[in-house]
Design a protein around this ligand. Sequence first.
Ligand code: NIG
Ligand code: FE
Length: 413
Amino acid sequence: MAVYKLIGPITQLITLDKLPLKGALKDESLSSIAQAGILIKDEHIERVDTYETLKATTTTLQPELIELDGDYVAVPGFVDSHTHICFGGSRANDYAMRNAGKTYLEIAKAGGGIWDTVTQTRKASQETLTQNTIARANRHLASGVTTIEVKSGYGLSVDEELKMLRAIKDATPQVEADLIPTCLAAHILPKDFDGDHAAYLAEISEKVFPILKEENLANRIDAFIEEEAFSNEVVTPYFEKAQEMGFDITVHADQFSTSGSEVAVKFNAVSADHLEASTEKEIALLAHSDIVSTALPGASIGLGCAFTPARQILDAGGAVAIASDWNPGSAPMGDLLMQAAILGTFQKLSNAELLAGITYRAAYTLKLDDRGRLAQGYLADFNLFPTHHVNEIFYHQGKLTPQQVWKNGKRVQ
Ligand code: NIG
Ligand code: FE
């Protein structure tokens, strides 16, 4: 027997229904329902309408009535489509060194940076990594993030990458948010690997990819395309193999130098993430594709560098998602809402563009078309903010947090 719930009245419900994947969005395009209700059937939204209409027309379904008192704005549960929340240790020293004048790449060359986290993550047991992931996912959930992508990439050997992905898999049933795993074994060439970049990637594709399939550990493959990491040439056979095996491709692109977005286009990636260094050429390339450009303001804030040119990408007709990149090195804050709000002030993004970026546009990069909008048939994943108008949410720059978080039709916060 289906279980129905009716929640309301909600002062303003922002549906995001039918808004396009690509291009600029004006705030006037945000459709809203005043004094709204959400009728939930099991895990999904059965109907949205005014609360009074729903109450009057659904009596035969005998929904459990959840009556709200006071002002609330409902928006879809947030989707963070790029994180590295499975890791051991801290990189507070890197952070201090950067602020004292060393660059991210200098620190990496001196043995800090990603390699430092690899060392600390390898020392951690699979169970510790699971617990670390659970704790961070729960913090995210409390701030309204109901779907979280999680990358490996701090193991950097066959066994250690598998350990990370198994830790993420173990965390998944223990958290209310959905975790979407990605294999980022192509993060950097591990210092202890006996061979070059091509040999390392060949080993990963040969020994890790089949196990990802067998154990259902991930169906997404990511690579960091950068001088200090992997080149366009070296990653090509790796991505070809991944595609042959049916994996989706996503790319850390154009963070410090360009060429990653070209790789993303070549492989028709689901997303190209970072793009802080993209020029007009890369922007045009991305905007003319269906690849979602993912801005990672947390990395710009953490490194003190330029923001992704989100305004230009949207104006050129591209799709822009916004993700936290939560990681111990470049983006330790991990507050998606605050970061999106800050990106908005620097890049002059409308509230509609910010909301789209952390809901349905981010969901698209994960190939999840069942969430990110509040309309019939979508998952009942939503946040109730204790305020009267959607503009208040970004105005408070992350300090207004949801009072209620709903995931799969259940209140989880
Ligand atoms: O997305 N750019 C490469 N990878 C991560 C940073 C990882 C780290 O510094 O630990 C990123 O910013
Ligand atoms: Fe990243």
